[in-house]
Design a protein around this ligand. Sequence first.
Ligand SMILES: *Cc1c(COP(=O)(O)O)cnc(C)c1O
Length: 375
Amino acid sequence: MLPYSTQFIEEDDIAAVVEILNGSHLTQGAKVEEFEEAIARYVGARYCVSFNSATSALHAAYASAGIGEDDEIITTPISFVATSNMAIALGAKPIFCDIKRDGNIDETLIEGLITPKTKAIVPVDFAGKPVAIEKIKEIAQKHNLLVIEDASHALGSAIDGKKIGSFSDMTIFSFHAIKPITTGEGGAVVTDNEAYANALRLFRSHGIMKKELWNSDMVSLGYNFRLTEFAAALGLSQLNKLDRFLQVREQIGRYYDERFSGHKLFTTISIDSNEQSARHLYPLLLNPELHCVKEEIFSELQSRGIGVQVHYKPIYQNSFYKERYGEQRLSTTEHFYRSEISIPCHQKMALENAVMVADVVLDVMEKYSHRGCSF
Ligand SMILES: *Cc1c(COP(=O)(O)O)cnc(C)c1O
């Protein structure tokens, strides 16, 4: 099975990890710092604070922004649950905003959801395609809100050559195995704000500040959300290859774009010419006449070796959310969920794999088109 996304680990990645394992220091130290500096430099932010996952990074970012009991954040339902879960973990309530046809939050609907309780707007660069960040920042400035961007899909994405990570008050990246680069598990927050960076570091490590000699002081409640030295060594080695990984995913994405262009049964998501997408996912959007056969299409693609997945079941459709907040239905979100299937797009693929995927996709779509759904 060709997976929709996967890690690409080479000999030099392994050597970098082994070197740390043969050394004396395994927990957060010099390599972590080096990795953080390299990420900050790459995206064009002043500070980077790494974590053992993007989930912990989101948790820390919300806490450092002072988000807590009875606050609200405005976010997208088309994301992994961690985006909103970590706000709930602090006592806040996620308010879900509908999306656009490209899977990103619809910035024109955000203002209507702002209340006196709103603290932050939390957009997600879906599949790696940048959100309308300048417009979102304008809304945030006007209403005195923070922008905390979940860019777990978007390390390497850019607008007019300016990298994601250099726009928002805080931006979160994931280094989970199948994200743009990996540390096994891992994540980071980047920011230009020194106070946030300090708060993030305290939250990551028990709220303890070092004083002199043996003396330290615990000044706030914190956790152990630290990255290991060998994870950071892997991350550094992977970061050196990010531009090569991005090139491969871009080549595959463009091939699919051309091959599927103008198809009568499904559409794809176009990337604007002034934007670069990390192409973490390659989503196909079935036209309504195929919605009723999506399960058959999904199963047949899998049985023919194409590792498809659906991103995402709207967060508000999960039991936990329904029990807490009741039933919700956002129309473009629902439509998107009925349409979306992600096909393989990753740095371990060669162009001939993409040709094979496209051949099978076109064949399967054609096969089910005759069934016809009423809608
Ligand atoms: C993967 C992902 C996360 C969680 O990342 P982890 O590193 O696995 O904790 C959060 N948000 C989005 C949008 C993701 O894709």
